[in-house]
Design a protein around this ligand. Structure first.
Ligand code: AMP
Length: 514
């Protein structure tokens, strides 16, 4: 029996945890509790983690950082002539995690719960899952990062409460509101920004430093192509992040970069007040998202029992201050970088067999239930009796995940060769008033005079991966009965068994209220 772990595949850093001797433990990778999510090429060899992070500075062209931001986009990295997609980068990070965690634990890591940002689209989730599988892991579940964090905070507390998770990491911001009853977690609202995180706060300091350089040398180094300027920009970025982190503990920092460009030495003092002032627009964006998440469920600050902070960037005192002013004094774990992996490990163990749980040192972990609901209605356009296209809802807003439903329609003309199904989400009967998600073209096998029945099937699994399938149904007594009784479940079973062969698309939609 291999080891089951929880993996926080982070934008900047990743972490892995498992349950041993009855306790959640972080598994150290290269002697550290977190591993930088960086991949680089060194002498034709792919390296991952801290070593790769060091290469960012000396060989930025052959190093990739923060690629989680690009998952699902048409982005390619060229590392020494080899082309990598963001998925390939994730595969390499996960392979390293699997290998090094197995070494550290003395047993093979085989299965995992992998966390994803709550705002990740269906396609981004699919890619993450496939990356983990390519890395040799069986994925027990994909889990939203804020839920994982809440699990770690809340698992021992048998109280009923409404939690808000404010998660500001290196590159992303996530807000979730959830109802916790013992071991039951119900996600009520999710919002966030996939392009807002610690990197943007670094940029605030970078801009101050660039300004200083411009003043001293009358040059905009970010616009220069020469190698010495490119390397100077990298050094400034690194110094900016360090200054930002130091400002979490100090009222003032002095950035000194000797020989930054030739013999020029950059010197700049930055105060925490100045930094806070310049960061205000970024913080306001997070507050705005908080407001939107509360508004979407008609909650006010009085409905929130607890706010928990997650992600490295919440170590900035101004974040705590702003959350306190808007809602209430937030709670912050001392190991804020580890809570997501720890929660994922708890979930993973709760999904494991009783034997495995015993081996982990616990008698029986109470089943952890994470309930998520759809926040949209999904459907397709179908011709109505008057030959008008109308939006036909299939999965209704508020359905518990996993959700499954379908409609049975038919070809609309004699000898119709193909049927085009447009997929939408929304609540308006007029299809085009809803958000268009994609289309599926179904080729009709042996078109004929009479109507041919067609099944359109929507599924949203517990990983929130949305799958849309459509299939031509045979004309027979058996199918006539199934159609008559609208037995979608049976028809789905036939599809899953291969008795019917469907055309399928994975819908790339954010199932999260935005
Ligand atoms: P995460 O993705 O949660 O690991 O968060 C990484 C981000 O947290 C990076 O942008 C770091 O610069 C930032 N970070 C880490 N420690 C601190 C700190 N003490 N103060 C401010 N930001 C920090």
């Amino acid at each position: 029996m291999g080891i089951i772990v929880g993996i926080d595949l982070g934008t900047t850093n990743s972490a892995v945890a498992c349950l041993r001797r009855g306790k959640v433990q972080i598994v150290q990778i290269d002697g550290k509790n977190t591993v930088p999510s960086v991949v680089a090429l060194r002498n034709d060899e792919i390296i991952v983690g801290q070593q790769a992070k060091s290469r960012l500075l000396i060989d930025p062209k052959n190093s990739v950082a923060s690629s989680k931001r690009e998952i699902g986009k048409d982005v390619h990295y060229n590392l020494g002539g080899k082309i990598f997609t963001p998925e390939d980068v994730a595969v390499n990070i996960l392979k390293t995690i699997k290998m090094k965690a197995s070494e550290a634990l003395g047993e093979e890591v085989e299965e995992a719960v992998v966390t994803v940002p709550a705002y990740f689209t269906s396609e981004q989730r699919q890619i993450t899952k496939s990356a983990a599988e390519r890395a040799g892991l069986k994925v027990l579940r994909l889990m939203p990062e804020p839920t994982a964090a809440a699990l770690d905070y809340g698992i021992d507390q048998n109280k009923n409460q409404t939690l808000m998770v404010y998660d500001l990491g290196g590159g992303t911001f996530d807000i979730s509101i959830m109802q916790v009853k013992g071991n039951n977690f119900e996600i009520l609202a999710v919002d966030g920004d996939s392009r807002l995180g610690g990197d943007d706060f670094d940029q605030v300091i970078c801009n101050l430093l660039y300004k200083q350089i411009n003043k001293d040398l009358n040059i905009s180094i970010t616009l220069e192509k020469e190698r010495k300027y490119i390397s100077a920009v990298t050094k400034v970025k690194e110094a900016a992040e360090k200054a930002k982190i130091d400002l979490s503990d100090m009222d003032e920092v002095e950035v000194i970069l000797p020989n930054l460009i030739d013999d020029y030495c950059l010197e700049k003092t930055i105060t925490r007040n100045e930094f806070n002032e310049l960061s205000k627009p970024l913080i306001d964006r997070t507050i705005e998202k908080m407001n939107m998440a509360m508004k979407s469920i008609n909650y006010t600050e009085d409905d929130i029992d607890r706010v928990i902070l997650v992600g490295g960037s919440t170590k900035m005192p101004i974040i705590r201050e702003s959350v306190k002013n808007r809602i209430k004094e937030p709670y912050m774990a001392p190991n804020v970088d580890e809570v997501v992996a720890r929660g994922a490990a708890l979930m993973a163990t709760s999904l494991a067999t009783p034997d495995y749980q015993k081996k982990s040192g616990i008698d029986l972990l109470k089943k952890i239930v994470v309930k998520e609901k759809t926040v949209f209605t999904y459907g397709i356009d179908l011709l109505d009796r008057y030959n008008k296209l109308v939006f036909t809802p299939i999965i209704k807003k508020g359905s518990m995940l996993p959700a499954l439903d379908g409609v049975i329609g038919a070809t609309s003309r004699p000898y119709q060769e193909r049927v085009l199904l447009n997929v939408f989400r929304g609540d308006n009967p007029v299809p085009n008033e809803n958000e268009y998600l994609g289309e599926l073209v179904l080729d009709i096998n042996k078109p004929m005079q009479q109507e041919i029945p067609i099944l359109a099937l929507f599924e949203i699994d517990e990983n929130m991966i949305i799958r849309f399938r459509s299939v031509q149904l045979p004309i027979s007594q058996e199918y006539a009965e199934l159609i008559g009784s609208n037995d979608i479940k049976r028809l789905k079973a036939y599809l899953d068994m291969g008795r019917l062969k469907a055309t399928e698309v994975i819908i790339d939609a954010k199932e999260n209220g935005r």
